[in-house]
Design a protein around this ligand. Structure first.
Ligand code: DGY
Length: 323
């Protein structure tokens, strides 16, 4: 039996590439540069499976193919708002993602950001590296205590829950959650959490707000200027979800005019381009989309794609089918 052909759009961990090369007729993008929509369209015509990731804009334009040879997009990553759902459905494609295996590491980065923002770690490191540190003094880089404060979590899926676990059991934080659907009382109890109806209800209650909802059109600018005004004046906003969930223009205003305490971002609207105004905000911590960036998570994400392909090409429903 001939092996199905697959196109891998970026470099993946070595162990996963080796497995792909042994199980499939695999083509790797050795340049590791994101594909253009035209290149993705070509791949849809010439491979049995295309394996994109968050840096590939699998837009309606990229999926504008009459009869694609590829019937599956095995996405490397949990978020799939970079894939045009309507176009994928119109072509009857199967789309899979890689949940679970990155939840803990992504929550670790959210907690890292929360601590860095609260304790002004970015500012401190910049000062030190610039040779500008003049020594300890009682008023130097005074931050905000984290332990015992209230954390609001928007989106109480797998990553949101891991964040709640860290914050509640590690830092004694009170947890308030907002989620599209009602969360079962026993699950809330597991994290010492309570659920509120809406984002508007959550924001005024919290000292820290961490975003864990999906991106895409439905949550675009979920946190806008009006909602930032609902935050406590000293509260911090943490985003490890998707850049588009926060209106960056409004965030820049809030940070520049100190109407919130600060913010920390792992994701950006239009990344890897970063608004130059964000770079001017000292009360902002920024990381280059590191949520799942551990050897363990990145390997498991790859093997999860392999599991999904294996199911698909053996006629079984892939475990992580999202479309
Ligand atoms: C995802 O999986 O959606 C991340 O953003 C990349 O790890």
């Amino acid at each position: 039996m001939t092996k199905p052909s697959v196109l891998v759009t970026r470099r993946w961990p070595e162990a996963v590439e080796a497995q792909l090369a042994s199980d499939y007729e695999a083509t790797f993008n050795t340049s590791d540069k994101p594909l253009t929509p035209a290149e993705i369209r070509d791949a849809m015509k010439n491979f049995d499976a295309v394996l994109p990731t968050v840096t590939d804009t699998v837009s309606a334009e990229a999926l504008d193919v009459k009869r694609p040879q590829a019937k599956i997009l095995g996405n490397y990553g949990v978020g799939y708002s970079h894939i045009c759902e309507k176009a994928a459905r119109d072509l009857n494609l199967t789309v899979t993602n890689t949940p679970d295996v990155l939840s803990e590491c992504t929550a670790d980065i959210a907690m890292t950001l929360l601590l860095m923002a609260a304790r002004r770690a970015g500012e401190g490191e910049r000062e030190l590296r610039a040779g500008a540190w003049t020594g300890w003094r009682p008023t130097h880089l005074v931050g905000t205590k984290v332990s015992g404060k209230t954390l609001g979590i928007i989106g109480f899926g797998r990553i949101g829950r891991e964040m709640a676990r860290r914050a509640h059991f590690g830092f004694g934080m009170d947890i308030v959650v907002q989620n599209r659907s009602k969360v079962a009382p026993d699950i809330l109890a597991e994290y010492g959490a309570r659920q509120v109806e809406s984002v508007d209800d959550l924001l005024p209650l919290c000292d820290f707000i961490s975003l864990h909802c999906p991106g895409g059109a439905e949550n675009r600018h979920l946190i806008d200027g009006r909602r930032m005004d609902l935050m406590k004046p000293n509260a911090f906003l943490i985003n490890t979800a998707r850049g588009e969930v926060v209106n960056e223009h409004a965030l820049i205003q809030a940070l520049m005019f100190n109407t919130i305490g600060g913010a920390a971002l792992d994701v950006f609207d239009g990344e890897p381009q970063i608004s130059p105004d964000l770079l001017q905000c000292d009360n902002l911590v920024m990381l280059p989309h590191l949520g799942s960036a551990t050897r363990e998570a990145r390997e498991q994400m790859g093997f999860r794609v392999l599991d999904n392909l294996d199911d698909f090409f053996h006629g079984r429903p892939p475990r992580d089918r999202v479309i």
